[in-house]
Design a binder for this molecule. Sequence first.
Ligand SMILES: Cc1ncc(COP(=O)(O)O)c(C=O)c1O
Length: 419
Amino acid sequence: MSRPDGCKAFYPGLLDAPTMSQQSGLQREPLLDSLRKELDGLDRDNLLWRIRILQSPSAPHAKVDGKNVLVLCSNNYLGLANHPKLKQAAIAATRKYGAGSGSVRVIAGTMDLHLKLEKILANYRNAESSITFQSGYATNAGTILALVDERDLIISDELNHGSIIDGCRMTKAERRVYKHRDMADLEKQLADTDHFRRVLIITDGVFSMDGDIAPLKEIVDLALEHQAITYVDDAHGDGVLGQNGRGITNHFGLEGKVDVDMGTFSKAFGCVGGYVVGSKDLCTYLQNKVRSYLLSGSQPPAVPGACIAAIQLVQKTPALVRKLWDNTRYFKKGLKDLGFDIGNSETPITPVMVGESRRAHKLADSLFKLGVFVLPIVFPMVAKDKARIRTIVTSAHTKKDLDEALEAFEKAGKEMALL
Ligand SMILES: Cc1ncc(COP(=O)(O)O)c(C=O)c1O
């Protein structure tokens, strides 16, 4: 163990004296040795992330690890990440307001641009108010923690996103998990809850690994019956579901009926940042209580600038969402006709079920060699025997792109005896 020289000069004999652990015989494994062992274990089980590097904008055709490929794994649903209108807005906001915001929102980091975004967002989502955060992760982690404590109960779908799970774990609330989209099980979990101050039912809107949609109407009905609060994470429904991409609450005619309607700008809106839309009181409460809002610097001006441009563009261009759904239907049908098992997806997230993790990696590698970039989803993100390739089409893909992708899937699928 090394100690700064100054220590020895100040406390002569310090380095020579036996430490407490030497006296007690305690032998802790050095940190780096134990980290290396864990990494070796992950490597052995094929679970290490092999991160591919994008060397061009996020777009259907991109340069990845030095190779020109067709991208089928971004969350850039509406193709806005590299849209000229968003880039211009980000540049204009940077010119006017600078590169950084200078502070957290509640001290000196709220610019009129942040407020403009919140107003435009609330208006777009037909909500009374909205509040924005640095990311969707920060939104879930901070908002759940702000809403419940040891007097409360959270009831969560078993396949909810990790940011929800982390948010739930941070609270002192009791937790129950219901089987995926299983309303009979949710009802069972709602029994014997009278002694809790609050009961929070929380669900993804669109499930990120399977592409299926939460039965939100039934959840809201059960919540009303049991005086529970509802919270939906619409990260993959924003810009995708509902009229002009207004999300899952619009899709089911439930605007204003879900207590906490959460979303993100990092997917269909092509930027970054999370948000909650809802009542004015809810948003003011979150402003005062969410620790990720109170304790972390606000978004640089380019971000609200580009997010505003994204919402305006989506509102003005219904063809974007229409094309996304045309492409989704076309690609799903193509995969199905080839004979792939594509699970129960109802959205542009289309899994191609493979089985073992090793085979999912192999299929992704073969497709990459054929010029198609997709993501293998393996344990622990999904069950050990449910590894898959996750594909996501966008409205920026052409039919020719999708035909090329299907050709590559057919070739790689036959090689692996999946077809
Ligand atoms: C369902 C869901 N919720 C929340 C998030 C986090 O959003 P963000 O990327 O804005 O942090 C994600 C992103 O991966 C997600 O898929």
